[in-house]
Design a binder for this molecule. Structure first.
Ligand SMILES: Cc1ncc(COP(=O)(O)O)c(C=O)c1O
Length: 431
């Protein structure tokens, strides 16, 4: 049995009151906001982190699994990355001319990412996917885009979401179609509907479910038969699956790919990578240009992350942690008899909750997350193992998972699971 921690959340709650008065929508990333956690039970803010642990402003400590929503691959305050950033800080954050770090980092990308014949650097995942689409449209001279799950907040992605459509031009919507991962037939149908007009398919190489029936190779063939480009959005998968991303893991090289979150262990750095011939063909046609694209602190962090991935057993360790979590979680769920799964690949896991009839409801996510956070394990969208999760962290977490499962079962068995909520359940509109 793990102890339920007595926690005060006053400072978090006070900050949120102030944020609502001062910040549009209260925070900068929807998925970090209180709607995606249990208001009244979860902290709203994190004050600092070290290793795989974080502390809220009221001083409560948690083992973190959302890892900054993906960026923290190595750990908070990870020494080699922090040292590289501090050394760079002493020399300058960015100059009036190009910095040599851009060339050093570009060479590392080209050496390690299969689809990287040439690269460009940006700050966010959204900027990288936007650039990839701009390149694909410029290269093919076509308008239509077939897209998978979430790819960012810009117009062509938001247009296909169906929620929060304020400020999005209706005209944009017609050029973007969304299809489900592994649904090759849906992609084929869109290609037939817009013959000779599809510029690109953009998809994550993998989310949770494995590619079925050689999905990735067949999607690539479908694109090429139709003169379109295949873009892998590796903003989440990249570096987490290994230094070459999920494209190296699955052995399928796309025409273009995008990297973001884990690129620089928390520093803002994203990459659009592409076949040299494509990048050179669009070079003089296209305008991608941004002041902070070559900002040096992030490049120094990116170089340090590459170094860690190349020279330490980071990838192996991350996968081993994920395997331990997933295997033991599944055994516990089976033993206790709860319909919860820790799904996905060991380096990128996510919890899937249902009732006994297999029905999903945010209430079920809320219940489990509530019981974990009360015991010092902070869950969000994903379960991302990081290089700094210790064996002890994993053992504590699995004990917490076991206790949370027992409460979950009791709640389902009671016929009134909502009565087990101590805070406000999740109210998610995106995701
Ligand atoms: C697959 C994928 N692509 C792109 C993005 C956008 O990245 P950012 O939030 O850095 O703009 C995200 C963000 O979660 C993502 O999950």
């Amino acid at each position: 049995m793990t102890a339920v921690k007595t926690r005060c959340l006053d400072k978090s709650n006070q900050l949120w009151q102030e944020a609502q008065e001062t910040i549009l929508s209260g925070c900068q990333l929807y998925s970090k906001g209180p709607e995606t956690h249990i208001q009244g039970v979860s902290p709203i803010y994190i004050d600092h982190g070290k290793g795989a642990h974080v502390w809220d402003p009221d001083g409560n400590e948690y083992i973190d699994y959302d890892m900054g929503l993906g960026p923290i691959l190595l750990g908070y305050q990870y020494q080699p990355v922090d040292d590289a950033v501090i050394a760079q800080l002493r020399r300058g954050m960015g100059y009036s001319l190009v910095a040599p770090e851009e060339v050093a980092y570009a060479k590392l990308c080209i050496e390690n990412i299969p689809s990287a014949g040439k690269v460009r650097f940006l700050k966010t995942g959204s900027a990288a996917t936007e650039a990839a689409i701009r390149i694909a449209r410029a290269y093919t001279g076509r308008k239509y885009i077939l897209r998978g799950e979430y790819h960012g907040w810009h117009e062509w992605t938001t247009a296909a979401e169906g929620v929060r459509q304020g400020g999005v031009l209706d005209e944009v919507r017609q050029y973007v179609h969304k299809f489900d991962y592994n649904d090759l037939e849906a992609a084929e149908a869109y290609f037939s509907q817009h013959k000779g007009q599809v510029a690109a398919v953009i998809t994550e190489p993998v989310i949770l479910d494995a590619p079925k029936d050689d999905f990735l190779n067949r999607l690539k063939a479908l694109c090429h038969e139709n003169g379109a480009l295949l873009i892998f959005d590796e903003v989440v998968d990249g570096f987490r699956f290994g230094i070459g991303g999920a494209q190296a893991y699955f052995g399928v090289t796309p025409d273009l790919s995008t990297f973001g979150k884990a690129t620089a262990n928390g520093m803002p750095l994203s990459i659009v990578a592409g076949r040299k011939e494509i990048m050179e063909a669009v070079d003089k046609k296209i305008f991608i240009s941004t002041t902070f694209g070559g900002e040096c602190l992030s490049l120094a962090a990116g170089i340090a992350v590459m170094h860690e991935l190349k020279h330490k057993n980071v990838t192996k360790r991350i996968w081993a942690i994920g395997e331990k979590l997933q295997t033991t979680f599944r055994q516990l769920a089976e033993q206790i008899g709860v319909p919860i799964d820790l799904a996905g690949y060991p380096c990128r896991l996510s919890l899937e909750y249902t009732d006994y009839a297999g029905r999903r409801d945010w209430l079920y996510n809320s219940l489990f997350m509530q019981e974990c956070v009360k015991r010092g394990v902070l869950l969000g969208w994903h379960v991302f193992p990081c290089y700094s999760h210790t064996d002890e962290d994993i053992d504590v977490t699995l004990n917490v998972f076991e206790d949370a499962m027992r409460v979950y079962k009791k709640a389902l068995d009671s016929g009134n699971p909502a009565s087990f909520m101590e805070g406000i359940p999740l109210k998610i509109v995106l995701g």
